[in-house]
Design a protein around this ligand. Structure first.
Ligand code: ATP
Ligand code: MG
Length: 363
């Protein structure tokens, strides 16, 4: 059988630095675990703009649509701040998401034991935390029409429209239930059905998908404001949280800070399954291009490495190998390896991006 294909888009800023460590990890899996990928690399964001005058070349878009998974570093940087909106680096990423139709955004919040002290919350609240937020990514209030700033009488009015079709709710709900079956069979869906029509429909469709096709999964519903409070008060009550685009944006940032540093957080964005059952997929760290530390060898590569672990699990059905990689990271942290972003107030000597890569490989 042909090797699975991986398109690597390192991007800008610290993107290429952290991706270099992921490439070493990918090679390791080929050498030591017989898990070979056909890897292709291309440009995205400012790097693509510099080379082609566009943040995503059509050829790159075609490669992304063909690849079994896309792994992205980060895009953007001060050098591109004054570019026209249509060629800004971020547009490259938005085009990928849109044309791949990546409607389901998975953001885990997982607290590694060794970092439990480092979290912004009390240790017993976050130790052992392992939850996953499934955020709808391609619809809702960020896209609904009408939108704009309009004249109304003698003043202006700013309008956005929260809009969800049954089909859009149905497909993201399925992706959450499928995920729950691979985890602990538990989904909590969050909306504001008490004050929003879209929330009423959301709750109804999620319940229907559950009753018809996923009755084995434990489903609960919660108003998103209460959800935010519960997430901070007692996050371990959750396993998979399913929510819309706007609430997901807020709740996933909130969940992220339960675990410590931006440098630790991976993400996956999934679309409709291909003929072979693999969803279209893009994996990327949650962090951006971090221009303040780019080129200094300080960046933490763990978020990007963990994004590759998600690819192993969700695109390539290699859950055991993903766990192997996550355990190596757990061990490295337990042994005390820290990049600068993971240094607590007590200080110490941070290791470099490459040294963190070395440590993960030897673990
Ligand atoms: P974007 O607009 O692209 O999302 P941002 O403004 O949210 O970017 P980031 O680029 O994510 O910001 O950086 C925010 C802060 O976190 C910066 O101080 C950066 O140095 C730090 N940071 C981000 N990623 C890492 C990392 N992998 N390792 C260490 N520090 C990081
Ligand atoms: Mg940001």
């Amino acid at each position: 059988m042909a090797n699975p294909t991986l398109l690597i888009l390192p991007g800008d800023g610290i993107g290429p630095e952290v991706m270099d460590q992921v490439k070493r990890v990918i090679d390791w899996f080929g050498d030591k675990r017989g898990l070979a990928f056909d890897v292709e690399e291309d440009l995205v964001g400012g790097a693509a703009y510099d080379a082609h005058g566009t943040p995503l070349h059509d050829d790159t878009m075609k490669k992304a649509l063909k690849a079994d998974a896309v792994l992205l570093g980060a895009v953007g940087g001060p050098k591109y701040d004054n570019l026209d909106f249509s060629v800004k680096p971020e547009r490259g990423l938005l085009r990928l998401r849109k044309e791949m139709d990546l409607y389901s955004n998975l953001r885990p919040a997982q607290c590694f034991d060794a970092l439990a002290d480092f979290s912004s919350l009390k240790k017993d609240v976050v130790a052992g935390l392992d939850i996953m937020i499934v955020r709808e990514l391609t619809s809702g209030v960020y896209f609904g029409e009408p939108r704009g700033i309009f004249e109304e009488g003698n003043e202006r009015v700013g309008i956005n429209t929260q809009r969800y079709t049954e089909g859009e709710i149905d497909r993201v709900a399925r992706s959450a239930f499928e995920l729950a079956r691979r985890r602990n069979n538990k989904v909590c869906s969050m909306e504001k059905a008490n004050v929003m029509e879209s929330g009423i429909l959301w709750r109804e469709v999620v319940q229907k998908v559950h009753d018809e096709d996923y009755p084995d999964v434990e489903l609960s519903h919660m108003y998103a404001d209460n959800g935010a409070m519960q997430l901070v008060r007692a996050p371990k009550q959750f396993d998979v949280i399913l929510t819309d685009n706007l609430f997901g944006d807020i709740l996933s940032d909130c969940a992220a800070m339960l675990t410590g540093s931006l440098g630790m957080l991976p993400s996956a964005s999934l679309g409709a399954p291909n003929a072979d059952g693999r969803p279209k997929a893009l994996y990327e760290p949650v962090h951006g291009s971090a221009p303040d530390i780019a080129g200094q060898g300080k960046a933490n590569p763990i978020a990007c490495v963990l994004s590759f672990a998600m690819a192993l699990r969700y695109s390539f059905d290699q859950g055991d190998e993903a766990t192997r990689l996550e355990q190596a990271i757990e061990k490295v942290l337990a042994d005390g390896a820290r990049t600068a972003d993971l240094m607590g107030p007590e200080g110490g000597t941070p290791i470099s991006t490459v040294e963190m890569g070395d440590a993960i490989l030897s673990a």
